[in-house]
Design a protein around this ligand. Sequence first.
Ligand code: NAD
Length: 321
Amino acid sequence: MLIVTEEVCKKVIDRQSAFNSVEAVFGAMAKGDAYNFPVIREAIGYQDALYGFKSGFDKAGLTLGLKSGGYWPNNLKQGLTNHQSTIFLFNPDTGQLDALVGGNYLTAVRTAASSSVSIAHLARKDAKVLGMVGAGHQSAFQLRAAIEQRDFEKVVAWNFHPDMLPALGKVANECGLDFVAMEREQLGATADVIITITSAHEALLMKDWIKPGTHIAAMGTDTKGKQELDPELVQAATMFTDEIAQSITIGETQHAIAQNLIAKKDITPIGDVINGAHQGRSTESEITIFDGTGVGLQDLAVASVAAKLAKEKNLGVEVEL
Ligand code: NAD
């Protein structure tokens, strides 16, 4: 069994390999070649932590495993990231544990790859202004991956805690982009592509604030009760997601579904666009939304590449169980 540490993951997985792995697994999911098992996510009644499992099997890529971990809100006080996870990869022929892979960095790059895949396939080609709603741990990964997909000239941003914005501004400036903090309504009127990546539990972007032709990657809502978008915005937009079952239960569409504003049939898996079975954006003026809920197969896809490369480069640690 191979142990692949966080540091090794950072060495072997870059944004392009994460993008390729995530795009391929979304395509495989839409073809029915790969499927996720039901998600377990529980408040454990200790340290205010949320703990769970995301697992799945990719029959095309022969990747079987799970990501275990969750959210420990008190970690920051100890200098640790709030999200903690570990990925277990099993041999699909024998059930033996093949690899134990650090999941923290991989979660951030696979989540950034997910919104970035949506921008590549759904945003207008002439998008120039990137809007960021959220400035937490994931936001810098999101920004760096997004700007590789279009010829962005400027980043506009809003965050619930304004003191967190300068750190994101520094990342934008490092990437050669101007950075302007603004209120949400103005952001909606300015941005061509918007990424939402917050832990909000109420709508942050209202339907009337978003200009025609915008693409929104809604990435923060991954649990029942969380919310970032006005359900009427979800109703008005053309909706895409990583996985419909997750989108309607723990993703952004849970609210529009509960209010009967949309039905399951109104949501398209992004894999259909990747596979050419759905055209994606059909007009320059339509608003597209990608509800990125985060599926276990994304984690397994990047982890299996990390394990393969760590083995090839002799960077992992082999142990007998
Ligand atoms: P973080 O704790 O580092 O940052 C939280 C962000 O949410 C900050 O920008 C903070 O200012 C903002 N925020 C906090 N309370 C808010 C409120 N009431 N209203 C609006 N904004 C508020 O977290 P992170 O690691 O950056 O993750 C951000 C979100 O993304 C979390 O909800 C997390 O669960 C989610 N996430 C989703 C995926 C996925 O695959 N979809 C993957 C990882 C994380």
